[in-house]
Design a protein around this ligand. Sequence first.
Ligand code: NI
Length: 139
Amino acid sequence: MIYVSRQEHFNAAHKLYNPAWSKEKNVEVFGPCANENWHGHNFDLIITVKGNPDPETGFVIDLKKLSKLIRAEVIEALDHKNLNLDVPFMKGKMASTEIVAQEIWKILEPRILSISKFGELHSVKLYETPRNYVEYFGE
Ligand code: NI
């Protein structure tokens, strides 16, 4: 089994704010991340596909196709956007890095199968800052 990864980048604004709570409770739990007027991050997204190489090409997945897919299906929806307001697949959800990673999985998992006979999605790794990142394996 080989693990093949592609890194992409986007920047986006968000706030962490649970509308079911009071303003005080949001500030208590989320601190400055609850700032009403938003804040931004430079996100790095690493998509890993696993499988055995196609004997004809030696590839698990064509990284050019994977990059194109990630950009068309995910980056375009997120880059220079407000995660709370602008992104259809984040509507009504908490705009945490965890939830964004899970939503990216849901979008990419079936589409990766459609561009590669030999690879399947293994993980979505999303860096919110160089020191804070989440990793999702689909369960
Ligand atoms: Ni933040």
